[in-house]
Structure formats: structure tokens, C-alpha cells
Design a protein around this ligand. Structure first.
Ligand code: BUJ
Length: 651
């Protein structure tokens, strides 16, 4: 798909500017930005390619705490040889490639490949979820009212995006500029080739918006060995799932008018009544399969005459899942949003908006096309719009349905497809039964306290995890914190490695040498860890990590069919990339919870946030006992840190 150009969508449907301006803002858009959505895209800075010697240095610094002296010496030798030999050659080629591809970043293609070539099921292994706070007005939280309002707001978001009315993502160092008319009007007049520099002059950093073109009307298509991403901007229909049945109806007319909200409500009510029982062979389970299995069955589905239906699923604006369950607590909610029962999700859809029976909403998203920044922006806007400008009010009565606009998709399933669905269902059930989800809350301090202590809240949480892992496993383990590189054109993410020599020393002191150090010494260790973590965070956000660079070099070597360089065969490299603690954080007034699965069978997935006055995390893992123990130790570590920060010795 081509990029969404200014007015691009409307031109494809043959609209003139005058008709567009007649579309009333409140009813069709989430807002109308002065600065066009894609205004900065042409002049965004490019993701820097670090110097090879810097990446080797950073790699070794991340390896050091994980290895004993002999192992480190060996890994150091291998890395240095790589830096002088084969790595240098690969790096030079990568630099050349990067120079010739100024429209993108060096990591974009390799990162798409990383996702699309992975053969594990997307559910649990890749798709994260973000769940929304309830609508503050109690009565707006019934399933149909919430679903209708969120669907309307989502389509307004889509309209805003397609018409370039959506405000560009900008990171403001000084947020006062975000409100300033002068700033917006000045920036708007700058040509797109220099607009980024205008923002930069006032310390505002526009972010890459390229991922948004795959937010709507998009699906991941399973293919043998490498999946594909599919987008059809012409799709005007919504896919609704209920009890494993598929329904589609148009939510937009050809000129971009949103179907009247009461009509949308009426369609949803019809669907709730119509889908009263599960189909015998719920097709959705196939999207929980490993990708090659699913690719083969999808081929059979096409051959059995289901092409039109699959096309409707893939091109739908997005997928709305109307669930029959009402989760009793956050753990159940997490299970529901992360994987559900499997029969009422199309996990390949770019995102699914899930509404439970009690009106709780969340988004489960496929990860290959984009990252948390884009999805969080979408969640924030639809939450805000649906709560401030709800399209329908509770108890509003929808028009009586004379003829339903919605089509139920009926699939032709032969014996072989039916047994594939049964097999997928069994596998899915087995895997899910093994997954534990555990919530954790620590109420004794939060961001406010830590900032007063001149510490980075994120660093303190990460340090607490390091101390915890050391206490639990008696050693340092490989850890990962996701960091966005959306400040660069086609940037994705970089890894922050929260393990360092400093966190190792600190963990050792907190676990093994509790009475050996004075409170002042311990406090000093925390300060040093915080400073170092801040530096790693900044470096990662500026594209100066080592993970993506080495990954791109490895990708280049593999794609050329070269023998694998020793660096990537080194068991220490593999250990570093066997991520036991996989962590990610986000903060937003719209978000209630978020989470993702562990990335290795013996690891934990840790979604966390340091709130103003408390610390919370939502953790997942296949090893239930270990996960429980981890959280018990985490509480211990946070209490220890609090003791030291308040001047009490460790006992
Ligand atoms: O690193 C990457 O390239 C992408 C990562 C991959 N991984 C998840 C494996 C780290 N993807 C993301 O980071 C996106 C994750 C989106 C969900 C984040 C959840 C954060 C939860 C915050 C709220 C927790 C509050 C708990 C309260 C009890």
C-alpha cells in the first residue's frame, strides 16, 4: 500500500475538497489538526547506524555481568575479532545499503522479517494487549453502548488519519508548545522538506507516523516460511465477532460519512441475538496455530471456495470482538485480552477491539506492522473521544431493524479443514492452561517519591527486578526493556539492557552482603545504577544501542548465505538473547492494564508502570511457581530499596 497522502483517501474515492470540508468535524473526525498528520515525515532524521566499535563496546558491557572471567575473555576475543574482521566487512556493506535507502531505516526490513519469518503462533508469543479504563460515566459501560461509542470514535480516528487531520505525534520537551497557535501556524507553513527542523528549534521532536498506514484495513497473512502484511484502504466494513461467528457491515459510506451511530448500535444488537451459540468448528482457532500450519490450512480454505470471506476479514477496517464473558478481576481480564478463549478473535488482524460482556474494553494487536507508540496513540484518542463526545447515550433506542445491513460469513469447511480446527483448538487450550498471569502492586512509593529522591523511577523499578532475579536465581539473568526509536524515520525499537556491572554489584550487596555496606554506600550504589540506566535509556532512544545493529549485521550475513560469524554462534550471544525478564512500560490516563506473554518458555513477560504513588505490574509466565516467587522477591527488593532511601539499614 502507498502511504496515506494528504487527502489521498478521499481522492481515491473521487471526492473534492469542498465535500470534505462539509463533513462536520465532531461527527466524522476526532479533531482537525492545524499541522497535517504526515507533515514531518519527509524531513524526519534517519536512524543512525552506530559505529561498529561502539556496538562491540556496548555489547561487551552488557555481556560482562552475565559471564564469569573465563567466559568473558572468550566472548571478548570473539567480539573483538568480529569488530576487526567479518563484522567490519558486514558493517561496511550495511552502511552502503543504508546510504542507498534514504527513504527508510537500516532496521526496518530486518525487523519486519524478524516478525514475519517467525513461525511460532502470534498469540502469546507476539501479540500484546492494552486495556482501557472504564468510561467514567457508569451507565455508558454496557456492552453495546461502549462498543458503539468506541467503534464510532475509532472510525473518526480512521477518517482523521486518512484526511491528515490527525495531529502528528510529537515529543515536546516543553509541552507548552503543544498548545501554542503560533508554533502550529509557523510549522504548518514550513515545507515538508524542512518542517522537522522547525519543531527541533523549539525542542519538539516529531515522531515517525509511517506505521499508522497499517493500523486499519490490515491483516497479517500466513504464508509458508514468511508471512505477508496486507492492507486494503478501500475497505469500509467492520468485522464483528461473536461466539466464534463472523459478521461484516459497512460503517462508512463511499464519501466517508460514518454510519449513523444508532444504526451501528442496531447492527450490534442484531449480532448479539443472532450469534447465540458456538459454531461446531470455530475457524478463529486457526489464527492461534504456528504459522506454517496455518498457512497450509489457509490455502485449503481458499481452494474450498472461501476467498471472498477471507478477503472481507483481511480488509475490514478492524475487528470488534463482542465477548460473552465478564472477567471477575484483573487476572481474568488479562487472560481475556491476551488470548481469550481463542474462538472469538482473529489474531492476525492488525488490531482487535475487545468488549467484554460487562463493557470492559481492550485492544489486542498483531505486532509485526507496528509498535506500542502507534497503538497507544489510537487507544488514547478513542478513549478520550468516546468518553467526551459519545456517539450514543445509554438507553437510546436504536431504530427497529427492518432489514439487517450485516452479513454473516459462512465458511465451506471440508474434513481436512475441520480436523485442522480441532487440532488447533486442542493445542491452544493446552498452551493457555500453562500460562499464569499475576498482578503485582506495591503501594509504599511511586514516581513522586523517587523523583524527589532525584532517581529515575524506571531505573529503580528495573534495579528492583535485577535484585529480585539475583535473589531468586542466585545469578544475573538476561533482561530486556523495550524502547521506542520512533523519533527516527521508520524507527522501531531498541533494547535497553538493564543488567550492568553496577546493577550486579548492587544486587550482590542487597542479597549477599546486607550488613557489610553502610546505608550511604548502598544509597550511592542505587544512585549510580539510576544514572547508568538513564544513560542507557537515552542512548537507546537515540538509536545508540547495540542490539538492533548486531541484529541487522546478522540478518545481512544470513541473507547473503555467508557462514554464520562466530559472534552469533557464541553461546554467550545466545544466552544474552534468551530473554528471561522481558519488560515494557507505558503510561496513559486511558490505560487500565497492559501485558504480553513471556518470550522464552522459562521467562516472564512484565508489563509495568511506576505510577505517581505506587508501582504496578502485570506479569505472565509458564512457570507458575517461579513467577509467584519472583513477585514475592520483588516486594522484598522494593522494601529494601525503600529502607535504604529512607536511611534505614538492611536487616
Ligand atoms: O521490544 C519490542 O520491539 C516490542 C515489545 C516486545 N515485548 C513486548 C516483548 C517487550 N513490545 C512492546 O513493548 C509493546 C507492549 C505493549 C504492552 C505494554 C504493557 C505495559 C503495561 C503497563 C500497565 C501495567 C499496570 C499494572 C497494574 C497492576
Amino acid at each position: 500500500p502507498g502511504p496515506v497522502g494528504r487527502r489521498g483517501y478521499w481522492r481515491t474515492v473521487g471526492l473534492t475538497e469542498s465535500i470534505i470540508s462539509e463533513l462536520d468535524t465532531d461527527h466524522h473526525f476526532v479533531h482537525r489538526s492545524t499541522i497535517p498528520t504526515m507533515h514531518f515525515q519527509d524531513s524526519l532524521p534517519r536512524l543512525p547506524l552506530p559505529k561498529l566499535e561502539d556496538s562491540v563496546k556496548r555489547y561487551l558491557a552488557a555481556q560482562k555481568p552475565l559471564l564469569d572471567d573465563d567466559q568473558y575473555r572468550n566472548t571478548e576475543r570473539i567480539a573483538r575479532e568480529f569488530g576487526k574482521g567479518v563484522g567490519r566487512k558486514l558493517h561496511r556493506e550495511l552502511v552502503e545499503f543504508d546510504k542507498k535507502n534514504k527513504h527508510t531505516s537500516y532496521i526496518s526490513d530486518p525487523w519486519f522479517d524478524m516478525y514475519l519469518c517467525a513461525r511460532d503462533p502470534v498469540v502469546l508469543n507476539f501479540n500484546p494487549f492494552i486495556s482501557l479504563n472504564p468510561d467514567p460515566k457508569e451507565a455508558y459501560n454496557s456492552q453495546v453502548v461502549r462498543a458503539t461509542n468506541l467503534v464510532v470514535s475509532s472510525i473518526k480516528f480512521l477518517n482523521s488519519l486518512k484526511n491528515e487531520f490527525l495531529r502528528p505525534d510529537i515529543y515536546y520537551v516543553n509541552p507548552k508548545w503543544s498548545q501554542s497557535r503560533l508554533f502550529k501556524n509557523f510549522i504548518r507553513l514550513l515545507p515538508t522538506s524542512v518542517s522537522w527542523y522547525g519543531a527541533y528549534m523549539v525542542n519538539a521532536y516529531p515522531l515517525d507516523m509511517s506505521q499508522y498506514k497499517r493500523l486499519f484495513n490490515s491483516s497479517r497473512i500466513p504464508k509458508l516460511n514468511k508471512d505477508e502484511l496486507f492492507t486494503d484502504e478501500r475497505g469500509r466494513h467492520l468485522l464483528v465477532m461473536r461466539n466464534g461467528h463472523f459478521y461484516v457491515f459497512d460503517v462508512l459510506d463511499p464519501i466517508g460519512n460514518i454510519l449513523h451511530p444508532s444504526e451501528i448500535q442496531a447492527q450490534l444488537i442484531y449480532i448479539l441475538q443472532d450469534a447465540d451459540r458456538l459454531p461446531e468448528f470455530p475457524l478463529c482457532y486457526l489464527t492461534t496455530e504456528d504459522r506454517n500450519t496455518w498457512a497450509a490450512v489457509r490455502q485449503q480454505l481458499l481452494e474450498a471456495g472461501n476467498e471472498d470471506n477471507l478477503q472481507k476479514i483481511d480488509s475490514a477496517v478492524f475487528c470488534l470482538c463482542l465477548d460473552i464473558i465478564s472477567p471477575k478481576n484483573d487476572t481474568e481480564l488479562s487472560h481475556c485480552m491476551l488470548h481469550g478463549h481463542g474462538f472469538n478473535r482473529w489474531f492476525d488482524k492488525s488490531f482487535s477491539l475487545i468488549i467484554t460482556n460487562d463493557g470492559t474494553a481492550g485492544v489486542n494487536f498483531e505486532h509485526s506492522w507496528g509498535d506500542g507508540v502507534a497503538v497507544l496513540r489510537f487507544v488514547n484518542e478513542v478513549y478520550r473521544n468516546s468518553t467526551r463526545h459519545p456517539a450514543i447515550v445509554p438507553h437510546s433506542s436504536p431504530p427497529a431493524l427492518s432489514a439487517t445491513r450485516c452479513e454473516r460469513l459462512e465458511f465451506k469447511l471440508n474434513d481436512s479443514i475441520q480436523s485442522a480446527i480441532n487440532a488447533a483448538r486442542m493445542k491452544f487450550k493446552e498452551t493457555n492452561e500453562k500460562l499464569s498471569v499475576r498482578m503485582f502492586e506495591f503501594r509504599k512509593f511511586g514516581k513522586e517519591f523517587l523523583v524527589k529522591q532525584k532517581l529515575s523511577p524506571d531505573a529503580v523499578f528495573q534495579l528492583a527486578c535485577q535484585i529480585t532475579a539475583y535473589r531468586q536465581f542466585g545469578k544475573i539473568i538476561s533482561s530486556y526493556e523495550a524502547c521506542s526509536t520512533a523519533a527516527f524515520k521508520h524507527g522501531r525499537t531498541e533494547t535497553i539492557r538493564p543488567t550492568s556491572i553496577l546493577t550486579k554489584q548492587c544486587s550482590h550487596a542487597f542479597v549477599e552482603e546486607r550488613s557489610k555496606h553502610s546505608v550511604a554506600e548502598l544509597r550511592n550504589m542505587i544512585d549510580e545504577c539510576s544514572k547508568y540506566h538513564r544513560r542507557l535509556q537515552l542512548e537507546a532512544a537515540l538509536g545508540r544501542g547495540f542490539d538492533r545493529h548486531l541484529f541487522a549485521l546478522k540478518h545481512l550475513s544470513v541473507s547473503r548465505g555467508d557462514p554464520m560469524p562466530e559472534l552469533f554462534l557464541d553461546s554467550a550471544y545466545q544466552k544474552l538473547n534468551h530473554i528471561i525478564l522481558s519488560t515494557s512500560t507505558l503510561h496513559s490516563p486511558a490505560v487500565h492494564l497492559g501485558g504480553f506473554g513471556p518470550v522464552v518458555p522459562d521467562g516472564f513477560g512484565i508489563g509495568y508502570n511506576v505510577f505517581d504513588t505506587w508501582v504496578g505490574c502485570n506479569t505472565t509466565g509458564y512457570l507458575n511457581r517461579e513467577l509467584q516467587e519472583f513477585l514475592r522477591c520483588l516486594e522484598y527488593s522494593l522494601n529494601d530499596i525503600l529502607d535504604v532511601l529512607e536511611g534505614r539499614p538492611l536487616v
